[in-house]
Each structure stands twice: as C-alpha cells, then as structure tokens.
Design a binder for this molecule. Structure first.
Ligand SMILES: [Zn+2]
Length: 310
C-alpha cells in the first residue's frame, strides 16, 4: 500500500477564491471516466450519463425554446408523440402479415394525413424532430415492410429489395415522418431535465445535468441534475408527469446517501395534497410545482440565491 500525492498547479487553485468549481476527469480505462467535482465545501464523485441531446442540434434548439412549459406547447409535444405512435402502429400492424386483398391504400391515406399533421405541429413549435423514413410495400403480400427509422431498412430505393415474407421483389414505397426512438424518449421527459437546468446556468450555478452521483454507501445514484454554487449543492429531480410519495421517498434516500445541502423536486404538474404533506415534512427538500411559464422557474432560483447563497 502506498499513497501518492498529486499536486495541482497553483494557477488552478487560485480559481477557488473566486468560487469556481474544479471538475477533475479521472480516466479509469480507454472508455471509462468518472469526475471528481470539488471546490469550497464541495466534493462529489460523479459519472456523466449519456443523452441524445449531445449530438442533436434540434434538441438543443428545443431546450432553448422560450416558455416550452406553457400548456399549449406541452400539448404540441404530446400530440407529436401520439401521432408518431399511431403512424408506427399502422405500419407495424401490417408488417408481418400476408394480405392477399389489397388493403393498404386507405392506410396510406391515413398515414399521409398523420404525417402532414405531425409536420404542421413541428412548424408551430419551430423545431424539426421527426425523420423521414421510407416504408416499402410488397405488392405481392400487400403489406408494409421495414423502414430505416422503424426497424431495419431493406436497402435503398435504387437497388432491388426482397420482401422478407414472400421473397419477391418489393415494388412500391412511400415516405413517412416518424420519431427515432432516442428522440421519442427525450420528448417523453428527458427534455425537462435540460430545460430546468438552463435556468440554474442563467443564474450562474454550475450544473451537471443527467449524472450519477456516488453516495457515501458507494452506490451511484441516478439524478437529473447536480447544481453547485458557493459551497451550496443541490440534487434535482425533474418531473413532467405526476409525483408519487414513492418518488419522494426514493429521492430523499438518495439525498441522505449523497450528502448534499438540499434536494429539489421540480414538477410541471401540481403536486397532490397528500404527497405535498409528505414533502413538507422534509425541511431540506425544496419543491417547485404547477409550472406555467419560464418565470416560475427563474423566480424560484432567484429566491434560492437570496436565501442560500451569500
Ligand atoms: Zn411480400
């Protein structure tokens, strides 16, 4: 057993006086890293979780959208998800069947209508989220076959493609819009973690969105964000759906094991009175619910700054 002191350059240490946070990246092996976050009264070991937003500019644009938390915008997102589910259901229903009677023409009209509506919603939102996919139709079994985004592609339009059911040559195709799975998952809730995080960033908090934070037990806890500022640390849980008492108790357990200053629950929906009563029993649990617009989030962070950070 030996210990080897690692000395940091004095120019790095000097930053601490200004309240900066050091984010030390420790390389475990070729592809594995963890980070040690430290500063004045701050010490955490974290692992950064993957997110599709890293390589998607349209998702970065979505998160920058002003007042995305407004009811009508949330409805657009939900409608886009619903239309995508409906389009995929029609295609998947027919995918493995051999349908001797021609029956896909009315389905194509239905899909085209849904695709048009999806396109319109994206236009209103100002962000393109779906991807064009090519669905093949086998004129022999009269059913839909795979596309690139939905399932495995049969190959490009310019080459001869075999129907995986009857092995005859695919003779028709049409274009459809749908959501890649990772984007659909992002729209289902992940977006709100990044959305809430941006308000901390605006108020000069250092924020790590979508990370695992190691607790004193050695367990790594999945948290939506870890925010730090001048010795204060907050783990956050962001919910686009309803919060249950079970969610709260799981979150509090994480909080005690991680040993940060506060835990914060951010919920777009109003928390029900029973759960709220339980939340209030925990003085280190900050909550923000019933969010209608951006200023609701920003105001709460300004309050926190006033109360916690001097
Ligand atoms: Zn076929």
């Amino acid at each position: 057993m030996f210990s080897k002191p690692v000395i940091l350059d004095s120019s790095e240490i000097k930053k601490f006086a200004q309240g900066d946070i050091m984010d030390l990246v420790i390389k475990v092996d070729k592809n594995r890293y963890f980070n040690v976050i430290f500063g004045e009264d701050i010490l955490f070991r974290i692992l950064k979780r993957d997110s599709v937003i890293k390589e998607k500019n349209n998702l970065k644009k979505l998160v920058r959208h002003k007042n995305l938390v407004e009811k009508n915008n949330l409805e657009i997102i939900n409608q886009i998800i619903a239309l995508d589910t409906e389009i995929k259901a029609i295609i998947n229903n027919d995918r493995f069947s051999v349908n001797k009677k021609s029956g896909y023409d009315d389905k194509i009209v239905l899909i085209e209508d849904k695709t048009k509506r999806l396109k319109n919603l994206e236009k209103i939102l100002g962000v393109g989220l779906s991807k064009e996919d090519e669905i093949s139709i086998c004129g022999h079994c009269n059913a839909f076959r795979f596309g690139e985004v939905i399932g495995k592609s049969l190959g490009s339009k310019n080459q001869e493609r075999e129907c995986p059911i009857c092995s005859r040559i695919i003779n028709k195709s049409f274009d459809v819009l749908c959501l890649p799975n990772a984007i659909k998952d992002f729209l289902a809730g992940e977006w709100f973690e990044f959305y809430a995080s941006k308000f901390f960033e605006l108020n000069e908090w250092k924020i790590f969105t979508r990370v695992y934070v190691f607790g004193s037990s050695g367990v790594e806890h999945e948290v939506d964000f870890l925010a730090v500022k001048k010795g204060i640390s907050i783990i956050g849980e962001c919910k686009t759906g309803n919060i249950t008492r079970r969610d709260v108790s799981n979150f509090i357990a994480k909080y005690y094991d991680i040993n940060c200053t506060y835990a914060m629950l951010i919920s777009i929906n109003r928390v029900d009175p029973g759960t709220l009563k339980y939340i209030r029993k925990n003085p280190n649990l900050i909550y923000l619910d019933n969010i209608k617009k951006d200023s609701n989030i920003n105001k709460k962070i300004l309050q926190l700054d006033k109360a916690l950070v001097n």
